[in-house]
Design a protein around this ligand. Sequence first.
Ligand code: NAD
Length: 358
Amino acid sequence: MILNIKTDNLRVLVTGGAGFIGGCLVRSLLTRSNAIIFNLDKLSYASDLSGIEQTVNISNHNLIKADLNNYDETLSAVIKADPDIIFHLAAESHVDRSIENAKPFIESNIIGTFNLLESARMHWEKMELPRKERFRFLHVSTDEVFGSLTEEGQFSEESPYDPRSPYSASKAASDHLCNAWFHTFNFPVIKTNCSNNFGPFQFPEKLIPLIIIKALNNLPIPIYGDGKNIRDWLFVEDHVDALILAGTQGEVGKTYCIGGSNEKTNLEIAESICELFDINLPRKQSYKNLIKFVKDRPGHDKRYAINSELITRELGWNAKHDFNTALSKTVEWYTKNQEWCRNIQKKSGYRGQRIGLS
Ligand code: NAD
C-alpha cells in the first residue's frame, strides 16, 4: 500500500525533528504536502528550530517537547499525534560523545526506540481499517552498524552487523528491536541505513561544519590520525527524499541502504573546503595551512561505502545533488549564517573543542 504525502492529508509524527536531518525532513514535508506534522523532540544541545520557523505552512507544524527515554511522555505524544506514519530519527548521534559518555546513547537510542515502538504498536493495534492497513513506522539508521570496510566492497542490505563504537552499537540495537517488532508483532516497520550526511543546519561538532567554522575563524583544522579514513557523503536533502520514498512506498519489513557514492577521505574533505575558501575568501596563505593532524579517534572505522541499488531499483531513488556543488552550497550557507553558528555554540556550550579521546 502506497501513502501519498501530497494528497492523503496525513498525520505525520517525526521524532528528532529539531535535529539536522529531522529538521530537513520537517521542512520538506511542510513545503511539499498538507500533512500535519508532530515534531517530537527533547530539544537537546543539537536541536534548533529556526529553519523550521522560516518554512511555509508553519501552522501545520506542532512541536511536542518529550523525551523518548520517558515512556509516559512518549505514549502521550503518540496519542496526541495520532499518526498515519512515524519517521523515527531521534537519537544521540555523535560518535565522539558516545566515547566520552555512552549512557545517553543507550538511553535515547535503545530504551527510547523501545518506548516508541511499544507506544506506536499500541496506537496501531487500536487503529481502524483502512488507516491501520496503511500505517508505517520508518526507522532511520546508519551505515555505521555494519562496521568498517577495507579498501574493497560496499555495505548493502545483506551486510552483517558489526558495530564498533558505543554510538553504532546503540543504533544496531535499535535496528534489531525494529526487526523484532516486525517479525513478532507484524508491526509495519521499514528501516533505512544511510551514509554520512552534510548540509545546512548541521550541529558544528560534525566533520564538515567543524572544518568550515575553524576555517572561517582562522583556527587550526583538526584531522584525526592520518586523515585517510573514508566516508561516503550524501547531501541531506537527498537523504530526506529517500526517507519519504521509503516511508511512503517502501515494502514493510524491508531495509533500504542509502548512500551518496561519494567516497572521500577526511583529508580530501578538509582540502576541498580549504580550496573553496581560497577562492571565495582569500587570505595571505592557503587555508590548507590550517590543517593539523591530531591523535586518532579510539576505534576509528577505516572506511564506509554504501550500495544503494535496492532503493534505486525498487523505489526509483537517486541522489539529485552533485557532491561538489552541494559542498560549495553548504560552505556558502555556513559563511552567511555565522550568527546561527555562534548562537547554537553558545546555547550548547560546545565551542569546537576536542571530545571523545578516552
Ligand atoms: P542530530 O543529533 O542533529 O539530531 C537528533 C535530534 O534527536 C536532536 O534534536 C535531539 O534533541 C533529538 N533526540 C535525541 N535523543 C532524544 C530523545 N531521547 N527524545 C527525544 N528527542 C531526542 O542527529 P542527525 O544527524 O539529524 O541524525 C538523525 C538520525 O539519522 C539519527 O537517528 C542518526 O543515527 C541517523 N543518521 C545520521 C547520519 C548523519 O550523517 N548525521 C547518517 C545516517 C543516519
